[in-house]
Design a protein around this ligand. Sequence first.
Ligand code: FAD
Length: 402
Amino acid sequence: MTGLVVVGASLAGLRAVEGARRAGFDGPITLIGAEEHLPYDRPPLSKAHLLDETVPSVQFRTEAQLAEMGVRLVLSTPATALDTDAREVVAGRRFPYDALVIATGARARTLTGTEQYAGVHVLRTLDDANDLRRALDAGPRHVVVVGAGFIGSEVASAARARGLPVTVVEAARHPLTRSLGPELGAACSLLHERHGTRLLSGVGVAGLEGAGSVEKVVLTDGTVLEADLVVVGIGASPAVEWLEGSGVTLGDGVLCDETLASSVSRVYAAGDVARWVNPLFGRPMRLEHWTSAAEQGALAAANALNPGRVRPYSTVPYFWSDWYGSRIQFVGVPGADEHRVVAGSADDGELVALYREGDRLVGALLVDQPSSTMKYRGLIARRTSWADALAFARDRHGSWAS
Ligand code: FAD
């Protein structure tokens, strides 16, 4: 038996190998990763890791623990091709598999034309986070963050916590439109202003200027910002280049069915790289969320190893983000038909907003209301009607409800 091969040694990949063992698989397991690091946790990289405090450990497991699980680790070795006829992963040499889990995640997008400047950072990996932390330690005079998404906003928040002056530049008229919808994205971004971050929306970056190191950011409306540290947070793209020509169908990630199966037999995908059909919403989605990456990893491995007993992955998407000491949480999908603030307001700094599609509750945004988050997640999972969700909100939030 050639066993299970998992490509991508991060959250989804680690959960895949753990899930395989938990499901009783006792054959060989190989975990192949491009980075030199053991699997580590990314959310702290844009939060505690950037503060002017002791750096927390982000490593999930030690090498000894992985060895005890019988996992053969192949690090610092990017897979460069997949031969689906021979059932082999090419990563320096060839690794044969019976079952394969693709967990190569996503890579930070960069701003084209900025590569030649020192002082320009992205944030995806532990190495990126260490570089950025060092740059913040050096006490830059002007920090410019490009992109007011979750990672850009967390970086801005960490820089402000160090007392640094920060400007965030966002190309969309309303920040976080794709994740939260325009009005609620804008409501969250009020947090920036309240904490002294300057937010410029509806304007793009035309280019950078500087002699070696970045000195200025030139915007599309002609504004010129002083900048000695630039952080580009403009999203991530699925890491699928190595699969081109393999026969695995691609399209904004690895295209999968409800069970996380790719178009090729015994090849599954999990985490940020997987675009699968979520049965709860009846539509394909690719999430870049910690919780789904972990859950998909475990299920993809179990399904890949038990072709006769595959199970679908159905979930209410969930993510959180920490800005300026506030916890923002979102469950579900930002439905297009309506959203309603059912308690609090952006001005209060605490709010609950619900999202409707047809007559069904499909999403909820919560700012500093952590005790209600999983309640709404449960309502969405049970396909609760809009009317019942509003009644629930009235009961739950009482006089606070708007
Ligand atoms: P990744 O974590 O991207 O790991 C993929 C791994 O595969 C990487 O180690 C990569 O080097 C490797 N790889 C890529 N190509 C190859 C190849 N060809 N061969 C071998 N290996 C390869 N989510 C939340 O819900 N809440 C948060 O607050 C939050 N904060 C975040 C903060 C940061 C800074 C980042 C970057 C992400 C954050 N996320 C958050 C998202 C969450 O961390 C991801 O959803 C999760 O890491 C996805 O795990 P993954 O294993 O699918 O992919």
